[in-house]
Design a protein around this ligand. Structure first.
Ligand code: PRT
Ligand code: MG
Length: 214
């Protein structure tokens, strides 16, 4: 039997992926939320899960340490997608990549007047591409989290971040002013693994496609 390693992050990606795995007949034998194990066995002796940081999923798959991964489009865009085959939008962990500012900040005027904007984000590539396509000059400030704080303490004029319910923005007196793109999680596959392990990978891919279409 061919061994298959699937990389995913705990939290919303794992929660939303578990039903898809189940549709493919794969059931995790431990709960990554409560177990401290980073390698989780499944009911299928040849299939294991590895639990990694969301932003590390593409790296594990790129280098073949995992054959398959599940990662947000946000993460895949920042990674660049080298060596990765992206056959399927899983339509899970959905949210929107947005530009947000303080409630009192007149973003439209700032943009119209050609002001140089300070943008705090962990999505450097996405932010750079977005503002370049609008012809807006920016200074990028790299953060690793809690982007919502930056405009409140004068670190930035605006942030580029993911929004789902909008509650975090609201709680921090921020408003979304522009949608950059809708985001969902994708299946990614190592290209060499797809060739060498196709017989084992294809049925998993098919089961995921069927489950997503339902
Ligand atoms: O937490 P860690 O630093 O390890 O990494 P991570 O934050 O990238 O991972 P995780 O597990 O939080 O998110 C994994 C993936 O879920 C992301 O890469 C996205 O593709 C997807 N996703 C979907 C989201 C959200 N929705 C989301 N709302 N990721 C993050 N958020 C955050 C957002 O950054 C903001 O801080 O939730 C907050 C806003 O939520 P609302 O509901 O208040 O709008
Ligand atoms: Mg997080």
């Amino acid at each position: 039997m061919t061994d298959i390693t699937i990389a995913l992050s705990k939290g919303r990606i794992f929660d939303d992926t578990a039903p898809l795995l189940k549709a493919a007949g794969i059931i995790a034998l431990d709960d990554p939320e409560t177990s401290r194990k980073l390698i989780i066995a499944t009911n299928q002796p040849n299939i294991r899960l590895v639990i990694v940081r969301a932003s590390d999923v593409p790296t594990y798959v790129q280098y073949g340490a995992a054959d398959i991964g599940i990662g947000g489009k946000d993460v895949l865009l920042e990674h660049g997608g080298a060596e990765l085959y992206q056959p399927l939008d899983l339509n899970i962990a959905r949210c929107r990549m947005m530009v947000a500012v303080r409630e009192g900040f007149d973003y439209e005027s700032a943009v119209c007047q050609g002001a140089r904007l300070r943008i705090a984000t962990k999505y450097l590539r996405t932010a750079r591409d977005h503002f370049a396509s609008k012809g807006v000059h920016i200074d990028l400030i790299k953060l690793y989290g809690s982007m919502e704080l930056a405009p409140l303490v004068g670190l930035a004029d605006a942030i580029v971040d993911l929004v789902s319910s909008g509650n975090t923005l609201k709680a921090n007196h921020l408003k979304a002013v522009e949608e950059i793109m809708p985001i969902s999680a994708r299946l990614i596959i190592n290209q060499a693994a797809l060739k060498l392990k196709r017989k084992t990978i294809q049925p998993i891919l098919d089961a995921f496609s069927d489950a997503v279409r339902k």
